[in-house]
Structure formats: C-alpha cells, structure tokens
Design a protein. Sequence first.
Lengths: 335, 334
Amino acid sequence: MFTYTIRRSLLAVPTLLLISLIIFLLLDLAPSDPTANLPLTIPPEVREQIRQSLGLGDPIHIRYLLWCKQFFINEPLNILEDMFGWQIGGDRLRVLSWQTRSPVVDLIVQRLPQTLWVVGLSYILGILIAVPIGVISAYRQYSWFDQIGTFISMVGFSVPTFFTGVLLIVIFSVWLGWFPSIYDTTHQVTDWSSFMVQVKQMIMPVSVLALYNASQISRFMRASMLDNLTQDYVRTARAKGLREQVVVLVHVLRNSLIPVITVIALGVPQVFGGAIITEQVFKVNGLGQLLIIAIQGGDVPVVQTLTFIFAVLIVLFNLIADILYGVLDPRIRYD
Amino acid sequence: MPNEGAAILQVKELRTVFQTRQGDVHAVNGVSFELRPGELLGVVGESGSGKSVTMMSLIGLLPSPPAKVTAGQVVFEGQDLLHLSGNELRAIRGAKIGFIFQDPMTSLNPVFTVGFQLMEPLRAHMGLSKTKAKDRAAELLDLVGIPDAKRRLSDFPHQFSGGMRQRVMIAMALACDPKVLIADEPTTALDVTIQAQILELVKELRHKLGMSIIWITHDLGVIAGIADRVMVMYGGQVVEQAPVRELFSNPQHPYTKALLDTVPSVRGTRPGKLQVIEGQPPILYGAPSSCSFSERCAHAFTPCHSQNPPPVAVDGDHNVACLWDVSEGAPRHG
C-alpha cells in the first residue's frame, strides 16, 4: 500500500503539470480581455499599454513558465516564510490578480473560510442525513418511507440548486421574512445573539446544498445496501442467530459503505470548489464566487490558479478514494 | 447407528407460499417428517422441488415477504418453532440448529476475518468472553481440519480455498454444539475431490459430536454414501420416505425410480445418452389437487389427475405417496 501511494503520488506530478499547461492554453484561447471592464473613456493606446504592463505582450511559453515559477516556487516559499518566520531570498514576484492587484493566494485564503463553512457544512450534513435514509430505504424497500425518500431524493437530485435556492429565498425571505436572503460574510460572531444571526443566514444556503448532496449520496447508499442485502453472507449471519441490527448495521452496512465512501471522497474537491451557483444565489463570497467574478473580468491569473488548485484536489482525492478502497475492502491489494 | 427414540425434530403438515404479483406460489405443500437423534436424513429432489424452502421455513430464514408459512407445526424440544417470537427463534438459530449453505464462496462475509465471523455465534449464544471465544474458534477450525488454526483466525475469507471455506462454514455451524445441523447442498459448489473430503469430515464429526443432520442434495451418490434415511421431495411434497438401502433397492414412487434411473452407471458399456426425466417440475399457483408428478409420470392413470395421493406405509419405515403399486404393477388398493 505504501509503495502504491508513493508511485501514485509521483505519477501525479507530470499529470498535474500537463493539466496546468492545458488550463493555461485554454485560457489563452478564450477571447477575454482584461481591459474590457474598464471605462469606455480610456483610449485604445492606453488599453494596449495596460495589456503590455500585465505581461500579455510576452510569448505564450514565457507567460506559462513565469506562472509556473510564481506558483510552484515563489508561493510555497512565501508560505514557508509565513509559517516559520524564515527569510529566504529577497522579494519574489507573486501571482497577482489583474482585477484587484492583490496576490491570488491571499484572495483564496480570504475566501476559503466562507466556502468551507457553508459548502463543507452542507456536505457533512448531507452525508449524515443520507446514510441513515439510504439504509432504512433499502431495508424497508417499497415501504412508505422508501417511496417518500426516493421521491424526495429524485426531486432534490434533479431540481437545480439555483431553482431551489431562489424558491427558498422567495418563501422564507420575501414572504415569511424569517431569514436574510444575502449571506453577510463580514458578520462577526462574538456572542449568542450574533451567533444566532450567523446560524440564520447559513440555514438557507446550507439546506439547499445539503438537500442536493443528501439526495445524491442517499441514492448511492440505498442501491449499495440493496445489492448487499440479498447476498448469501446475510443469510449466513441470520442463520447464526444474530440480531437483526447486527446483521444489517454490521454485516451489510460495512460492505455497503465501501463504494459510498469512495463516492463521498471523490465529492470533497467540489466542496473546495464551492458551490459556484449557490454561492452566487445567496451572495456568499466564497471560492466559487471568486472564480465567477474572475472569469467575467478576464482575470486570467485568478482563474488559472483556482482551476489548477481544483485539479490538484481532484487528483489528490482520487488517490485518497483509491487508498480508502484498499483499506476498507480486504480483497483489494495494490502491491 | 441412529438410536430409535423420540424424534428430535418433528414437522407436521408444513405449508409455505410465496406471495408474488402473479399470485401465491405454493412451494411447500403439507410436508411432514421427523428427524431422530443421531440420524442423517437425506433430502433429494430436483431444483425447485421445495427442499431448501422447507428447511428454511422451519427456522424462519426465508425473507418474509414474499415467503409466508401458512400452516403446520415444527416441534423442536417441545416447542413449536413456528409460534416463537423473533428473539426466541434467534436463540435457537445458530445455537441448537446449525446451517451450512451451498456456496462457500459467497456465504462468508468478505470484509470480516474468519475469526470474527466464527466468534459471533459464540459470543451471541454462549456469552463467551473475547479471549475464550477466540480459543474456542481456534479449536473449531482445528476440528474441521484447517491447519495452523490459531493464525488463520485473522485471515479473510478470500485467503481460503473453496473447500477450506466450506470447512469454515461447517465450523461456524458447529460453533455452539447444535443438536441439529441442516446442510443445504453443502458439496454442490465443490469439485469431487473436495466434496469427498467434506463428506468424510461430516461423517467423522457426526460420530464425534452425535448430532442429527438433514442433508439436502440432488446427488444420489452422496446420499447413498452417508444417509441413514432418505426423503424424496417433489412439488413441495414428500413423495417417498425410506431407509437408504430400502430406497435404493426397492423404490416405490415412479419419481424415485426415474431419479435413480438418471444416475449413469460406471460399469458395462457406456449408454448412448444420459437418462433424463422429461419435463419440468411444476410451479404451483394453487395447493395441489392432483398428484404433482402426474404430468411427467409414465404410470399415471385417471385418478392421478384428480386426487392428491396421501402417504401410505409400504412396510415399516418406508412410505410413499402414490396411487400406483410398483410391485403389483397395478393401482394400489386402499
């Protein structure tokens, strides 16, 4: 398992380099102009100067290698310096956002907490709701519980979050006035009442995303349980005179969780990616929203860096899913 | 040899139906038999004749729904198993009545160690502590002839071969010293050499532990080798019951005869084609009102299609449910 992990990690390096190149080339192909959002009164020759100052005049391979140097060497060194208080070398050029002129990594660090709180919480909540529902639905297949659960999860899975999000805003913010429709990221939690405000503004975005995640995972869970409930070893467990809870929650669940856990692991990068649309609907200024604004503004360094970080997370969690599979299923040996 | 005495398990008029969308399928139709202490009762019949379903019904192992035991009595140690609560039944399952299933490849849980699975019934029924259960589990593996038992407890099922896995299944069934062992085609999924080993093992264990065994199979050769008494099933009914020698030398039911004729002989010239019984066993959408074998029977005559023959004693322990008397070559009288 250890050599397998090492081998996979080493293999990830060329993969990721190739991904970063592809992202860069794709962005270069896109007809976006970083000066397009600037006031129309700016004359074309000034615009051209702005473009030149952003480095757009350099040939493409130079721009790519510069980004690589800034991202793979300069930024990690900065992080090391911040963490340990070292001083390594002099000033280094950082990956700067064209829109805000602030370093991209700082932007990400600013935005990450909102995304993790809202999207991460909804993912955890979704899992906690989905697993028991999937188990009960499968165990009582075609019962009322199962019928209702399957119906809701089908609806939750097929109705897009920008619809459920707006629907919730209309009902709970506009009609009932219970929750704010906009997520205020500057809100500080200092005491009980400010904590309640925070909870109130989180309820809608979290529940929209939790519904979506829960429907997806509960369908996996149910299918996996159904596969396992009819297996011969279940009959063996019953023939041994074990209690039904032990049969279902130990024997069947342990087997059913193997594929579900890998699905859950593969879904984690999406948490970091932020729920782009939901963040937009509720004005949560997390990573997803950062990406959208950067795309709209033709802010290539931000888009490039964010997309690449998502790619790293996807590769990483694929590896984690594979390793988990090997850990959970004794029949699988990688070495 | 089986000692004559009160039956350890008595089944009377057991009926099981499967409730399906097409209607009720009558899988077990009034099966009665008894199992005596120390005896090995062989149960034979084609696939779909109700052998397994009968034995699973006894102890509530059929998934319900769709299965439903509609009538009958299963007396074990003075209790009717069909009227016990789930908990009371669980206390008997695995403790006093052990099971071995057909496919050892899928009958063990792939993600738990063999030791864990062996210790489960020990801890559930006998309340052994972890260390005691472990010792006992190693003893059991040793008993069924798995070398290096202590170390193999921490192995997973996929690390065992098919025959070894079936030994593990047997060890699991024997864990709590059951009085009755129900073996549902335990050698069907194994090749002949392994099958022979398992048969030897069961024979040996049976004398060592003195339990009664119900052995379900479609292999008449296996039955001839190990059974004391044989019960032939067809269409969810017992069509013939007899001591093993009597059955093989003097079969009374046309179905039993036909079954015995299908066994190819290893001596003499090789026959051109294997003998078969033409047709399929019926799927019964109603309780049988005629002999269920009549459609395929060479001796069937008019009453066979309109009445369901009750079992008749031929002599002593031998009884048959057929209207045709083979020895006379004529319909049976009263």
